[in-house]
Design a protein around this ligand. Structure first.
Ligand code: NAP
Ligand code: ZN
Length: 362
């Protein structure tokens, strides 16, 4: 455990869930000393991903408590190891979902650390020194340089924080499935939440025709007017779904709960691809007929590698893409979690961590 690891000498203020109630309370813990390959980051902001909620409440049965969630972290470097030339004091940086990987396997060599068998996540992972990782609902973090992203100067650190998970989770399947260089192709985004809304913005930046498929009619106006969606379909409206049958080349499904895949697959053209990125509590039934009769594909995607994350961040800088956020103070985390569970967020809560501490270290 972190508390008993000898070189864990830096005391940090954080916020943790202790049991499956998911209630978040203050939690003081230790982080490792800054190593030769590490940077220490004073955290300014941390986005609240639905994955944080799944983990805080142990939806997937995988949580080790206490868990300090948070993997959409932005801040400023306050310490740099001797072997770090890529970053300097004062740099604006971000940390996403990855704390470590083996660095040696085929996937790590190919800059796809996210598919390394030995990835350790930013929270609830086991770092190379055996300690449990704690995430960004905290005042500072020590990160190995490989897992740190440079933030573009023009992007604000609060509205850009969710790009570290939501952004890369949408960008990677677009890139891997050939959506970046086929303007005019038709992309459907299922679920207009944190991931979905950034998917709309990215899709439009790459010239795609973007259709939102949502359960919330209240989101239509702003999806079209503010986010730039071309079409909006209510997934429970049979007429609208029928009218859109076989109209899409790609779908990215971001839904965080049980929902039927069959009607969504029918929206794909013959040979179309659905990418699942949302993670429901239980496996989703996959009906055979819409797959067989349309030679359709269902694939998955997990965040992205670090090189790809930097590429996404730089592109967001170039196109001035940020997230639509609602900022909360650390005292408001539980209320924000409740609202996230009720689908009452437009479109990402971001915790103003800096409001709780002057220097990041207690
Ligand atoms: P979010 O902000 O809560 O958005 C999820 C959206 O799904 C909601 O806004 C809602 O959109 C829709 N939805 C919710 N409940 C639904 C239901 N019962 N039936 C149909 N639609 C429903 O969540 P998020 O942060 O974007 O995360 C989405 C999912 O992706 C989570 O499961 C998360 O763990 C997962 N995730 C995966 C990765 C990865 O690497 N693959 C990375 C990050 C997150 P509408 O109101 O428009 O229907
Ligand atoms: Zn996330």
């Amino acid at each position: 455990m972190t508390e008993t690891t000898p070189n864990h000498t830096q005391t940090v203020k954080g916020w943790a869930a202790r049991d499956s109630s998911g209630k978040i309370t203050p939690f003081v813990f230790k982080r490792r000393r800054n190593g030769a390959e590490d940077v220490t980051i004073k955290i300014f902001y941390c986005g609240m991903c639905h994955t944080d909620l799944h983990n805080a409440r142990n939806d997937w049965g995988l949580t080790t408590y206490p868990v300090v969630p948070g993997h959409e972290i932005t801040g400023v470097i306050i310490n740099v190891g001797n072997n770090v030339t890529e970053f300097k004091l004062g740099d604006k940086v971000g940390v996403g979902c990855l704390a470590a990987s083996c660095l040696k396997c085929e996937m790590c060599q190919a800059n796809e650390e996210n598919y390394c068998d030995d990835i350790q996540l930013t929270y609830g992972g086991i770092y190379w020194d055996g300690s449990i990782t704690y995430g960004g609902y905290s005042t500072m973090i020590v990160s190995h340089k490989r897992f740190v992203v440079k933030m573009p100067e023009n992007l604000p650190l609060d509205a850009a924080a969710p790009l570290l998970c939501a952004g890369i989770t949408m960008f990677s399947p677009m890139k891997q499935n050939g959506m970046l260089d086929q303007p005019g192709k038709r992309l459907g985004i299922v679920g207009l939440g944190g991931l979905g809304h950034i998917g709309v913005k990215l899709g439009k930046a790459f010239g795609l025709h973007v259709t939102v498929i949502s359960t919330s009619s209240s989101k239509e106006d702003e999806a079209r007017r503010r986010l730039g969606a071309d079409d909006f379909i209510i997934s429970t409206n049979i007429d609208q779904m029928e009218a859109a049958r076989k109209s899409l080349d790609f779908i990215i499904d971001t839904v965080s709960a049980q929902h039927p895949l069959g009607p969504l697959l029918e929206l794909l053209k013959v040979g179309g691809t659905m990418v699942l990125v949302g993670v429901a509590e239980k496996p989703l039934p996959l009906p055979s007929f819409p797959l067989l009769f349309g030679r359709r594909k269902v694939v998955g995607s997990l965040i992205g590698g670090m090189k790809e994350t930097q590429e996404m961040m730089d592109l967001c800088g170039k196109h001035n893409i940020t997230c639509d956020i609602e900022t909360v103070k650390p005292e408001g985390i539980n209320e924000a979690m409740e609202r996230l569970a009720k689908n009452d967020v437009r479109y990402r809560f971001v915790i103003d961590i800096a409001s709780s501490s002057s220097n990041g270290v207690l």
